[in-house]
Design a protein around this ligand. Structure first.
Ligand code: FRU
Length: 613
C-alpha cells in the first residue's frame, strides 16, 4: 500500500496519543516525560547533568513537584512551570543524586479538558538536564554594587553572623523562581561588605515547613553541646502553623544539621522570626519572637539555646500597630556625646509604614535581662520612630558577633506592596547597603537611632569625576554630569542660609527625574519618585517620601548612593535616611542644584564613579 503524507500524519498522531503514555523528547534532554492524567505528569531522569532546568512562566500557577530518589521523597518544589511561554529557567541541583534513580511526580493546577491539552504545555518540551546554568548578571536593573541573589526571589536578610573575618549573610530565598515561594535560607559571604560570594542554599524546607526568618550566633562556650564555636541558627518553620526550629553548623555556616528535637518552641498563635543574642550581664541567651498578629514581641531566655523560658511581652498598644509585627532585634548602644547607653528594639511592621506598606520602626529603652521598658516623651507617650523614611527598607536586622563593638545592619530593599511586581525577572530584590547603627540625642530631648553607610563602602569609589569646593546657589539651576552609567556616590554639604528650600534633582535624557528637596524651615527632606522612570507596575510605587532632618542650624551633609535601580540618601552621618527604588529607562545623567528662591551654599560637592560588577 502506498501511503500518502496526508494519511501518515493522522495515523502517527493516533499512535502517539493512544498506544503509549511515554514520549521521549526528540532532542536528547536527558528526561522522559510520561503523562498520567490531566494534571499529573511524571518526569524520569534518564541522562547525566548537574542541573535539571525547569522552564518557568511567572504568570502561571505553581505546580507541585515531588522529587523522588530511589522511590523516597527528597524534596517538594513549588514552581510556576511554563504553559504558553518561557520567561526563564531555574536549576534543580542534581549532583547529590548522581547514579540514583530520580523521578519527579508533578501535579499541575490549571483546569484542562484533556491530557492532550496538558501535553501542549511549553514546560514538557523544554525541561532538560544541563551541566551549566548561566547566572551572569544580565538585567538592566540588576544592581551594580548591592547584594542580590544570583537568580530567584529574595526577601528578608536573616541569620547573619561574623566569624574569622567573614560576614555571613543569609536571606529568605526561593531558588525556583523570582516570586515568593519555597522559602529557604540562601547564603552569601563577604570579607569587605562590598564584594559578595554566593554559596549553596544553606537550609531548605523540610517536613515542618518552609524556612522563614531567624538568627544565628557563634556558640563560643558550647552551651548547646554542638561543639565549641558551632553556629547555632533559630528559624521559623512555616506550614499551616508557625513553630521555631534549630539548626547548627560545624563548618562555619556552609551546611546545617537540622535538630532532631524540632520544633523547640510552639505556641497557639502565629509567632515568627526568632532573634537571639548572648546577654553577658546575666550570662544567658535572650530571644525575641514576633507575636505577629498580637503586635507584641515575646522575650525568652535560655541557658543552652534549646530550652527557652518566656520572661515577658513587649509592645501591646505601643508604636505603630497597623500591620503585623515581624523581624525583631535588640541591642545596646552608646548615645553619642554622652556616657549613657540605651537599648534599641527593632520591630519591622507590614503594612503600616509611614508611606504605605512595610517599614522598620524601633523603640529606645532599657533592658534588664528579662523585660524591655521603652522611653517615653515629655507627655508620657511612647513615640513611634522609623529607621528609614524611604519606601524600600524592610526587615532590617543586625549581624551577630561583629568586631569592634560595631552594630552593623542590613535591610531588604523593597516593599511588600510591590516587591513581586518590580520590573526584573532573573532575580527579585536586593539588600540595602550595610549600615552602622548609632544613637544621638535630638533637640526635642529624644534619643534617635542613626544608620550610616558602613566605612568599608568607601572602597567602592573609582574616579572623582566632579569636585567643587564652594557653589553659590540661587534659583538658577547649576548642572553637573554624572558618570555615563549613572552609578555613583554624591557628597555635598548644604547651608540653606536665606533659601527656604534647596532642590537636588537627578535627571536623564528621557525627561525622567527624581527630586529631593531640603526644607530648612520645616527641617525635612523629601524624595519624589513620581516621575522617576517605570512607575506603573504598581499603584503603590509612585510616591513622595519625607524625613525629619533633626538639625537645628540649616546645615546638612548628604551622601547619596545611586545604583541601577535604587537611591539611598544618608543625611548627617545617617541621622536621617531614605531608601527608595527607582527604574529610570536610561540612567540619570545630570545632577541639577538650585534653590526655590533665596541664596544658599553648597560646599564640598564630590561625585565619585563606583566600581561595578
Ligand atoms: C517578613 C516576613 C517574615 C517571615 C518572612 C517570610 O518580610 O514576613 O516575618 O519570616 O518574611 O518570608
Amino acid at each position: 500500500m502506498k501511503l500518502t503524507v496526508k494519511k501518515v500524519i493522522p495515523f502517527f498522531m493516533a499512535l502517539l496519543s493512544m498506544n503509549s503514555p511515554m514520549i521521549t523528547n526528540a532532542k536528547d534532554t536527558g528526561v522522559k516525560i510520561e503523562h498520567l492524567g490531566v494534571n499529573n505528569t511524571l518526569v524520569r531522569i534518564t541522562g547525566d547533568g548537574k542541573y535539571l532546568l525547569l522552564p518557568i512562566q511567572e504568570s502561571n500557577d505553581d505546580a507541585r513537584i515531588n522529587l523522588l530518589v530511589n522511590g523516597d521523597y527528597k524534596k517538594v518544589i513549588n514552581a510556576r512551570l511554563a504553559k504558553s511561554k518561557i520567561d526563564y529557567f531555574v536549576p534543580v541541583d542534581m549532583a547529590p543524586y548522581k547514579n540514583e534513580d530520580v523521578v519527579l511526580t508533578i501535579v499541575t493546577s490549571q483546569g484542562r479538558n484533556s491530557v492532550r491539552e496538558a501535553k501542549e504545555d511549553a514546560c514538557w518540551k523544554n525541561i532538560m538536564l544541563s551541566d551549566t546554568f548561566d547566572t551572569s548578571n544580565r538585567e538592566k536593573y540588576r544592581p551594580a554594587f548591592h547584594h542580590t541573589p544570583l537568580y530567584g526571589w529574595m526577601n528578608d536578610p536573616n541569620g547573619m553572623f561574623y566569624k574569622d573575618g567573614v560576614w555571613h549573610l543569609y536571606y529568605q530565598y526561593n531558588p525556583y523562581g523570582s516570586k515568593w515561594q519555597n522559602l529557604s535560607w540562601g547564603h552569601s559571604t563577604s570579607t569587605d561588605l562590598v564584594n559578595w560570594e554566593s554559596h549553596p542554599t544553606a537550609i531548605e524546607p523540610n517536613g515542618l515547613g518552609m524556612v522563614f526568618s531567624g538568627s544565628s550566633v557563634v556558640d563560643r562556650n558550647n552551651s548547646a553541646g554542638f561543639g565549641k564555636d558551632a553556629i547555632v541558627a533559630l528559624y521559623t518553620s512555616a506550614d499551616i502553623s508557625q513553630t521555631q526550629s534549630l539548626a547548627w553548623s560545624n563548618d562555619n555556616g556552609e551546611t546545617f544539621n537540622i535538630y532532631p528535637g524540632n520544633p523547640i518552641i510552639t505556641l497557639e498563635s502565629e509567632a515568627r522570626d526568632p532573634n537571639m543574642f548572648w546577654d553577658e550581664n546575666h550570662k544567658c541567651w535572650v530571644l525575641l519572637l514576633a507575636h505577629a498578629l498580637e503586635h507584641e514581641m515575646l522575650i525568652f531566655t535560655s541557658p543552652d539555646l534549646k530550652s527557652w523560658t518566656l520572661q515577658s511581652r513587649f509592645g501591646k498598644g505601643l508604636g505603630s500597630q497597623d500591620g503585623v509585627w515581624e523581624c525583631p532585634d535588640l541591642f545596646e548602644l552608646p548615645v553619642e556625646g554622652t556616657d549613657e547607653k540605651k537599648w534599641v528594639l527593632i520591630c519591622n511592621i507590614n503594612p503600616g509604614g509611614p508611606f504605605g506598606g512595610s517599614a522598620t520602626q524601633y523603640f529606645i529603652g532599657d533592658f534588664d535581662g528579662k523585660t524591655f521598658t521603652p522611653d517615653t516623651d515629655a507627655n508620657g507617650n511612647v513615640p513611634t520612630k522609623w529607621l528609614d523614611y524611604g519606601k524600600d527598607h524592610y526587615a532590617t536586622v543586625s549581624w551577630s558577633d561583629t568586631p569592634d563593638n560595631r552594630r552593623t545592619v542590613i535591610g531588604w530593599m523593597s516593599n511588600w506592596q510591590y516587591a513581586a511586581e518590580v520590573p526584573t525577572m532573573q532575580f527579585r530584590s536586593a539588600n540595602t547597603l550595610p549600615r552602622e547603627m548609632g544613637l544621638f540625642k535630638a533637640a526635642d530631648g529624644q534619643i534617635y537611632a542613626s544608620s550610616a553607610p558602613s566605612p568599608e563602602l568607601t572602597a567602592m569609589r573609582d574616579k572623582l569625576t566632579v569636585k567643587s569646593a564652594k557653589i553659590a546657589l540661587s534659583a538658577k539651576p547649576k548642572n553637573f554630569n554624572l558618570p555615563s552609567d549613572g552609578i555613583c556616590e554624591i557628597l555635598m554639604d548644604i547651608e540653606a542660609n536665606k533659601a527656604k528650600e534647596v532642590n537636588i534633582e537627578l535627571k536623564n535624557s528621557k525627561g525622567e527625574n527624581v527630586t529631593m528637596i531640603y526644607n530648612a524651615e520645616s527641617k525635612t527632606m523629601s524624595f519624589d519618585r513620581t516621575n522617576s522612570g517605570l512607575i506603573d507596575f504598581s499603584q503603590d510605587f509612585p510616591a513622595v517620601t519625607v524625613t525629619p532632618t533633626y538639625e537645628t542650624d540649616g546645615k546638612i551633609g548628604l551622601r547619596l548612593f545611586i545604583d541601577r535601580s535604587s537611591i539611598e540618601l544618608f543625611g548627617n552621618d545617617g541621622r536621617f535616611v531614605m531608601t527608595n527604588l527607582v527604574f529610570p529607562t536610561s540612567p540619570y545623567s545630570t545632577l541639577s542644584l538650585k534653590t526655590n528662591g533665596g541664596k544658599a551654599k553648597i560646599l564640598n560637592l564630590k561625585i565619585y564613579s563606583l566600581k561595578t560588577k
